[in-house]
Design a protein around this ligand. Sequence first.
Ligand code: KIV
Ligand code: ZN
Length: 518
Amino acid sequence: MQDQLIIFDTTMRDGEQSPGASMTRDEKVRIGKQLERLRVDVIEAGFAAASVGDFDAIRAVAEAVRESTVCSLARANENDIRRAGEAVAPARRKRIHTFIATSPIHMKLKLRMSEEQVLEAAVRAVKLAREYTDDVEFSAEDAVRSEVDFLCRVFEATIAAGATTINVPDTVGYSVPERWGALFGDLLARIPNADKAVWSTHCHNDLGMAVANSLAAVMHGARQVECTINGLGERAGNASLEEIVMAVRTRSDVFSCSTAIDATQIVPTSKLVSTITGYPVQPNKAVVGANAFAHESGIHQDGVLKHRETYEIMRAEDVGWGANRLTLGKLSGRNAFRSRLSELGITLASEEALNAAFARFKELADKKREIFDEDLQALVSDESVTPEQERFKLVSLLAHSETGEQPFAKVVIASDGHEMRSEARGAGLVDASLQAIEAMVHSGTELLLYSVNNITTGTDSQGEVTVRLAKGGRVVNGMGADTDIVVASAKAFLSALNKMGISAARVNPQYGEEPETP
Ligand code: KIV
Ligand code: ZN
């Protein structure tokens, strides 16, 4: 019998700390349901004390998800823990994840607390969390730069106080596999009550070693890995879920544990997270990149055709590639559309939203012969925006380019029930369209990123555009999809402008003010 390796997904918490990746409540519910389909053990749905919006989103995930445990992060203070406890209350299985920093640099310069104060706050936080649930996780933030003797004291005390999972984070992505594995070996050997908790690893990717470090911890006794879909996360991101899961599965000769993950849901989950957050997946990304199973060189192609295992260690279909079966066509009706959406775990908020999405589906089917699941995901992503959130909407766009002439665009948008129109010339059609929009909205935003990806293959594929904007310290991502990439770009720009106007400020749990003592 192999041990179970618990997969703790923090895409909606640590992943959400990536610039512009914040998700609405409905988006979190959609991701939560997909993570449940993936059979993730624990879903960290957010940080309840960050904002009212995040509290509501965690509650909605706790109501919608039945199989996976739903978790909220909380700093080691009374308010955070009570908010987390209330947010996860509706969940069938609930967890509170409380943390405090234990490294000298964080305790001295960020928290301004002594070791004794930190230890006391940690124990108190765990005890309070246990009043809400029996499933309490404690993390020692910046464990990687903490003194091992102090870590041992904190972990022993928090296990004695009732923590059932002990998480050891490499918050700054500083470790290397050999050292990280050895730290787990040391902690497990030295802490007398170590066997009373599940040991967890949480690694960041600043030196590109988050997955390698996590796996080294697993080899030395960790039985929970904290990770994110596509390795999303602030700075260089977190350990990538798909890489951890497939490494453990593919190298079962090395790892004496297995996960409960349904690997065929990996690619659909990756695409959903990318669509919602606006973070594209690089083509050469392991497991979920568009080229992860593509063989370009003649020698490789020849080998694979003769016997697949000559160059492939995993099968594309086992991780969900090709699962994007052709689903609907021009003649499909509303019921077929609704039922495919529901098979994909998408429930639209109202009949009007369904009607609007169906109308857009028909328009798309007129332009594009084959409609795949990815097209449907992109098509409905706009429907999670409520009319109040959609301040600007694209009405029409005319774009003209001719060799030797400066490209020109004429754009009509609707704002609060009124139509506005403007025209501009630019370096290209996209530039001209975005300039025409800016001339109407005067957003004053700075464009940080513009990227285009094709959603499926073929020149009739929808282009998915990501636009990242910044203003006054806030960063938002907007996405737009259309078979015409100029239209997709205008939609992405408007979606980012709408987000800029709607999201409330969030507190980053790790940069927020120091915890009050409970
Ligand atoms: O990286 C980190 O230390 C964290 C903790 C809050 C677990 O994300
Ligand atoms: Zn983290």
